[in-house]
Design a protein around this ligand. Sequence first.
Ligand code: NAP
Length: 301
Amino acid sequence: MSDAKLIDGKAIAAGLRKRVGAGVGQLVAKRGVKPGLATILVGADPASQVYVRSKGKIAAELGMTNFDHRLPAETTEADLLALIARLNGDALVHGILVQLPLPRHIDTAHVLLAVDPAKDVDGFHPFNVGRLGSSAPGAPLDFPVPCTPLGVSMLLHETLGPITGCHAVVIGRSNLVGRPVAQLLLRADCTVTIAHSRTRDLPALSRQADILVVAIGRREFVRGDWIKPGAAVIDVGTNRIPDDNGKNRLVGDVAFAEALPVAGHLTPVPGGVGPMTVACLMFNTWQAARRAVGLAVAAAD
Ligand code: NAP
């Protein structure tokens, strides 16, 4: 059997950003509305600074306004909630992103609950979580959906087309990745199994999957003989390991070299799911701006 086709997340994300940029241009030209993304970073975590800077830069490249809020690590929860309330009421802001993790003295659940669900471009507000959980197959996704899961769903649709009736096994049940991925695949008419650290005989279960999504956070945990020949394998994991030059390199949760000759389609790490996350944030912000002026949402899955 020939090697798996690699799913080029960089190219698919570039296509999505182009689509968003064009859509933003139309919104500005026809409605005079420029989508606005407010990013909030509390503290000076270096990785978070890189993420927030990159999100702001890409938003600007796509014609959106980025309102960049940097707050000191000692910011109180009350001050952060007051900023969010102000942004909720600001008509120029269509999306609010609070970079996680927050300092330990701030209750993340309080903060996520404070964001207006219409501006919740991360899709973490319980109202939006509930909407995803109760949305029927085929119904429009007219609410924000978490970015990485939306990216996974887009990669699968772009690569496989309709996935009706496929058995999808999702390893990982976090609110950030595993659960929303499973909800999106259920909406796409897959038969979905969610696995986690207490699942029995994970290799045998994984071997039943037509679509295997892995979001665990353990390097090369899924081996080649866990994969059904021809399956589509989406590796969400990002694990940093030291390379020969004393720097860090990224590896996924799937043993890539072992998976390559077995899978039908496979995402590389890096260059698979990662680039889709920020592109989907831009998509969500564009969609939030469209909804704010009463326009229908664009197809997302
Ligand atoms: P998380 O919150 O730590 O959740 C990990 C999940 O994996 C949990 O449900 C856990 O099960 C499960 N798990 C852990 N060990 C397992 C085992 N031995 N067997 C089966 N399941 C096991 O992590 P996350 O936020 O979902 O992230 C998962 C990975 O995706 C990480 O590597 C993260 O860096 C990466 N990620 C990448 C992107 C991107 O843009 N590319 C975005 C987000 C996350 P229990 O629930 O039973 O503990």
